[in-house]
Design a binder for this molecule. Structure first.
Ligand code: PLP
Length: 395
């Protein structure tokens, strides 16, 4: 048999970590990597954080799973905290980002169905978006590499240029249910929505009775220096998908909504076998204990300033580097070369983990509790890696 026992949808990678400690990962031979990828914005507190690990251990030994057919004080407690911390009035828990987006899309459509406009079924989404790998998620983007082989896809989305408010307005018709947007595109290359664009979408949604759905799966949970990125735009969405950092490494997602937006989400309209089980809630609760404090958020912003300043200082010394983008500790280093090749070079030769994104951007996603010394080590090693990198020109 030629096929790998693991369905070969990811490229093979020789690097196989077996243990993590804080900002570091170790392989079986004890070699060490500085992890500024954080499992793609998932390990918000680094690896093996004592508070998170203890919360999961204790809950696992008490009660791991019960059906959502029963009451769940663990779920209610985390939902109440998220409601208190955000624009939202109600929360549905999922196991992943794609499922959180799925619930968000269903919530937007159910609102129009329940309020007498079932013809409003289509969401306007944006070029280069990433909303997960479900059929709805890949239908919501124009990224060829995500859609190829799975078309025809349903016409539930109308994709227009990101940051183009006029195009978004022109796309509104009788079938429009709302907008689905990442405030800062992650996979697409750390492209931030402008203030005018996101505030403009809010205004259009209000004028036309549409739902504004934010996908904060990557930007959420303190990654950008505020608990959620929408706070930095002076607006609130009606519905928001969250995942990645919220479990700190344990699979948890959530769909948050206002009471009005959740009008259609009544008994029987949605569900999940695992979503919000006590173990997942223990993880999410432990993460919130730590990240949802003014001190923690201020520290993310301070570390962001240091890291950004250090990277900016380094840029003129290397032809490889073009510019820095992003917010908080969701930073992107744009290269004048293939970012995948450079990410592999840093990993294989310099013990540094980062993640590639669109537009030849290297995602720099340290743990949110990153220390000064890690930032210094990162910048030194990155500079050495750049000096040793033979630039194969970008395609
Ligand atoms: C990662 C991501 C998703 C998908 O999350 P999964 O947990 O992989 O399903 C959706 N939206 C955004 C913005 C993401 O970054």
């Amino acid at each position: 048999m030629a096929i790998s026992p693991l369905m070969p949808v990811y490229p093979r990678c020789a690097f196989a970590p077996v243990r993590g400690e804080g900002a570091y990962l170790f392989d079986a031979a004890g070699n060490r990597w500085l992890d500024f990828a954080s499992g793609i914005a998932v390990n918000a507190l680094g690896h093996n954080h004592p508070h998170l690990t203890r919360a999961i251990q204790d809950q696992a030994a008490t009660l791991m799973h019960v059906s959502n057919l029963y009451g769940s004080p663990q779920q209610m407690a985390v939902a109440e905290r998220l409601v208190a911390l955000t624009f939202a009035d109600t929360v549905f828990f999922t196991n992943s980002g794609a499922e959180a987006v799925e619930c968000a899309v269903k919530t937007a459509r159910a609102y129009h169905y329940a309020t007498g406009n079932p013809q409003r079924y289509k969401l306007i989404s944006f070029s280069n978006a990433f909303h997960g790998r479900t059929m709805a998620g890949i239908s919501a983007t124009d990224q060829e590499k995500l859609r190829k082989g799975f078309e025809p896809l349903p016409d539930w989305f109308h994709v227009v240029q990101f940051n183009d408010l006029a195009a978004a307005e022109a796309a509104i018709d009788d079938n429009t249910a709302g907008f689905l947007v990442e405030p800062i595109q992650g996979e697409g290359g750390i492209r931030a929505g402008t203030q005018e664009f996101l505030q403009g979408l809010r205004k259009l949604a209000d004028q036309h009775g549409l739902m504004l759905v934010f996908d904060e799966v990557q930007t959420g949970v303190a990654r950008t220096g505020t608990l959620f990125a929408y706070e930095q735009y002076g607006i609130t969405p009606d519905i928001m998908a969250v995942a990645k950092g919220i479990g700190g490494g344990f699979p948890v997602g959530a769909c948050l909504a206002t009471e009005k937006a959740a009008t259609g989400m009544v008994v029987g309209t949605h569900g999940s076998t695992y979503g919000g089980n006590p173990l997942a809630m223990a993880a999410a609760g432990a993460v919130l204990d730590i990240v949802a404090t003014p001190e923690f958020l201020a520290n993310v912003r301070e570390k962001s300033d240091r890291l950004r300043a250090a990277l900016e200082q380094m840029i003129p010394n290397h032809d490889l580097f073009d510019s820095i983008r992003g917010m908080g500790l969701m930073l992107g280093l744009k290269l004048n070369a293939d970012s995948r090749a450079f990410v592999a070079h840093c990993r294989d030769n310099f013990g540094l983990l980062t993640v590639s994104a669109g537009e030849n951007v290297v995602r720099v996603f340290p743990p949110l509790n990153v220390e000064e010394s890690h930032i210094r080590e990162f910048v030194e090693k990155l500079s050495a890696a750049a000096a040793a990198f033979e630039v194969p020109k970008a395609a």
